[in-house]
Design a protein around this ligand. Structure first.
Ligand code: DMJ
Length: 451
């Protein structure tokens, strides 16, 4: 009898330790199985890159060929994937990516590049790689790249042009937007930290605040602005495309560097976003689009990019709004069986039916799970990553979807699939100790930067 009791107590303790009881609906063994699937998917995609597009920016997963954004390669995929390999414990793949980067990545090229993308994917990726590996070669690359991006900010307002030539510094395209103007605070702040040259952070902050000071009386910003004149060219305000990471970096500059001005600016915008854009309908809460001057609705559109905002709200402590927004995010995913790029949340019609392997919906699940520990976000995440790994898989990797209603594929596998989609999904099902949000802040491409 006594022996039986001891056995019962011990097996109970073992179950408790394994999480089989604690998280009834989501035992540790299930999390582990999902993590394994994600690692296998990551390896499958990297093997495709290695076999068919080694040295290129990205793999085209249907035609099995390589693709460069600018004619020459800046190794977008290996740079974006490197810290994901490290976090997933994929040592062999991390080494392969690093060797390729050190042997071939060179920024002294007479090519014009898009400042924003090069900053979030390459500069962010390389700085994070340096912090995770301690390899000086990464820091050298980051400082070299940073110097080459600075000339883009030489406009009459201090807001950067959209394109810059990496060798000559010649810049062009003054019709920009808040995201492409205000998403440098984290990476440039890190450059200032490592170079001890305050120019970087000051330049990034000036650019972001040139947008902020042009906000409307409603404390909203528009979608297109001329960086030469500072004049708004499109006054539609939204939280998604062309504005998203401007908001994100105001809040995260506070988290990473304790910059109070940035926190205050975020609070000003967030209050107005909630006042003018938050819309409650039966399927969930959404942020609609409004005119920055009148505050009136222009379009009841919502999409894959907007989904990130629930995560930022969760991070900033506004859990109840975040939860309701995530309900809308999940509806967008399940109703269409993979989220469309944009849909009208008032009548469920699809405007842009593509799904380019975006991470934002899973990203918000990850933050919400971290702050609430509610299994519901694991269930959402499991469904989403399951759909992606099943419906987007090709022989060579994972492909974007052209139309979520018909599940037709298109020949592209963006590097953010490695940097963000797989990483957030993996972290959602991993122990918190793998990545402590009190110690790091993710840039907008999910490259972790140390506080
Ligand atoms: C990423 O490159 C970044 O997250 C960016 O801020 C916008 N979205 C794409 C992925 O969807």
């Amino acid at each position: 009898m006594f022996k039986k009791l001891i056995i019962l107590v011990i097996s109970g303790l073992l179950l408790l330790a394994s999480g089989e009881i604690q998280g009834q609906s989501f035992p540790v063994s299930r999390k582990k199985a999902i993590r394994n699937n994600i690692v296998n998917a990551c390896r499958h995609a990297w093997n495709g890159y290695k076999t068919y597009s080694w040295g290129y920016d990205a793999l085209k997963p249907i035609s099995k060929t390589g693709h460069n954004w600018y004619g020459v390669s800046f190794l977008m995929t290996p740079v974006d994937a490197y810290d994901t390999f490290i976090l997933m414990g994929m040592k062999k793949e991390a080494k392969e990516a690093k060797t390729l980067i050190f042997s071939r990545l060179n920024f002294d090229v007479d090519k014009e590049v898009q400042l924003f993308e090069i900053n979030i994917r390459l500069l962010g990726g390389i700085i994070s790689a340096y912090e995770l590996s301690g390899e000086k070669e990464f820091l050298k690359l980051a400082l070299d790249l940073g110097k080459r991006l600075l000339p883009a900010f030489n406009s009459p307002t201090g807001m950067p042009y959209r394109f810059v030539n990496l060798r000559t510094g010649k810049s062009r395209d003054a019709q920009s937007n808040p995201a492409e103007i205000g998403t440098y605070l984290l990476e440039f702040g890190k450059l200032t930290e490592y170079s001890r040259d305050s120019t970087y952070y000051k330049t990034a902050k000036k650019a972001a605040f040139e947008v902020f000071r042009r906000r409307s009386d409603n404390d909203l910003v528009g979608t297109v602005i001329d960086v030469n004149t500072g004049e708004w060219k499109n006054t539609e305000s939204q939280i998604g495309a062309r504005i998203d990471s401007y908001y994100e970096y105001l809040y995260k500059a506070w988290l990473l560097f304790g910059d109070k001005d940035c926190k205050e600016a975020w609070e000003v915008h967030n209050r107005s976003i909630k006042k003018f854009m938050l819309t409650k309908v039966a399927s969930g809460w959404y942020f609609t689009r409004v005119d920055m001057l009148s505050g009136k609705e222009t379009n009841s559109l919502y999409g894959a990019l907007d989904a990130f905002y629930a995560g930022i709200l969760a991070l900033s402590g506004d859990i109840s709004t975040a939860r309701n927004i995530q309900a809308g995010n999940y509806y967008m995913w399940t109703h269409f069986n993979l989220e469309p790029e944009e849909f009208n949340f008032r009548n469920d019609s699809v405007l842009y039916p593509d799904y380019p392997l975006r991470p934002e919906n899973i990203e918000s699940c990850f933050y919400l799970y971290r702050v609430t520990k509610n299994d519901e976000y694991l269930i959402m995440g499991e469904r989403m990553i399951g759909d992606i790994l099943e419906k987007c898989r090709t022989e060579a990797g994972y492909a974007a979807i052209k139309d979520v209603r018909k599940l037709t594929l298109t020949d592209s596998m963006e590097s953010f699939f490695f940097a963000e989609t797989l990483k957030y999904a993996y972290l959602l099902f991993s122990p918190e100790s793998l990545l402590d949000l009190r110690k790091v802040v993710f840039n907008t491409e999910a490259h972790p930067l140390k506080k």
